[in-house]
Design a protein around this ligand. Structure first.
Ligand code: A3P
Length: 277
């Protein structure tokens, strides 16, 4: 049984967290899936869920008590029935959520779709997509929804809090994961109650050519693949402002929710709200 789940959302840095966690000798990930690669996506995809618990548990290697098993499926965060399903099967598992500025997350998703030659993302600008009206073509509305909906963090987190109690939700600041992963990983071990401490400062380093932190594995440099940490132009100011207004209420409510349960606010949230107040 997994001891914890990394649930996303998509484009928040979940692949980096998944890779960094596996450097720890006592933390072991699920096996890759034939269909969905590093993610099992048991709780979020209906056909997988119907395959049942035994199918799910086959993704996890046999482990002794000194090992903590986990899986990362970034779609768990915002898919409707997942919190309830997770709570039923894994009532004791910790849940790790990574939060970045929702506007940046939206832009990263759009760039991800362009990089995958999605015709809609190639045909329309980011601003066209996020501001498209309800009478727009279906593919535009679908891409708009994939850009904007997951970033309504408070809406999704409320469902998780109801199901799993705030004590078991661990919030990681995605900006800090990007800029100071050693601190994030060192703190996360204590939040997850991992008994053996692994000092990440020996295994993570900033790589100038990648522009992101990479890992040192058996003396060799290992960065995430070219689909993670892509180079693309910065978002234009009009979209930055539009998104800031769009997410204002959601971000204010997120702040309230996090404070209510005693979480430290991510820095991007504090500065976003102070800029717009
Ligand atoms: P971009 O490619 O838009 O920069 P996910 O794994 O959830 O899909 O998230 C991808 C994002 O992780 C990347 O989005 C990047 O900003 C972020 N990231 C954080 N740390 C990273 C790292 N060490 N290497 C590459 N990407 C990292």
């Amino acid at each position: 049984m997994p001891g914890f789940l990394v649930i996303g959302p998509q484009k928040s840095g979940s692949t980096a967290l998944h890779s960094f966690l596996q450097l720890h000798p006592n933390i072991v990930s699920s096996h890759p899936s034939r269909d969905t690669f590093e993610e099992v996506q048991f709780f979020s995809i209906a056909v997988n869920y119907k395959r049942g618990v035994d199918w799910y548990l086959e993704f996890f290697p046999a482990a002794n008590e000194s090992v903590t098993l986990f899986e990362k499926s970034a779609t768990y965060f915002d898919v409707e029935h997942v919190p309830l399903r997770v709570n039923r099967l894994l009532p004791r598992a910790d849940i790790v959520v990574i939060l970045i500025d929702p506007g940046e997350r939206a832009y990263s998703w759009y760039q991800h779709m362009r990089a995958h030659n999605d015709p809609t993302a190639l045909m329309y600008t980011f601003h066209d997509i996020i501001t498209a009206g309800a009478d727009s073509p279906r593919p535009v509305l679908s891409l708009q929804s994939r850009c904007l909906e997951p970033g309504k963090y408070v809406t999704h987190l409320e469902k998780w809090v109801t199901q799993v109690t705030a004590r078991r939700l661990i919030i990681v600041d995605g900006d800090q994961l990007k800029n100071d992963p050693v601190t994030v990983m060192n703190n996360l071990q204590s939040s997850l109650n991992i008994q053996t401490f692994f000092d990440y400062s020996n295994n993570l380093f900033f790589d100038k050519s990648k522009g992101f932190y990479c890992m040192k594995v058996r003396g060799k440099k290992k960065c995430l693949g070219k689909g993670k940490g892509r180079a693309y132009p910065p978002m234009n100011q009009t979209s930055v402002e539009w998104l800031s207004k769009y997410y204002k209420k959601f971000n204010e409510n997120l702040k309230e929710l996090l404070l209510k349960y005693g979480y430290t606010l991510p820095e991007w949230l504090t500065s976003e709200l102070s800029l717009r107040s």
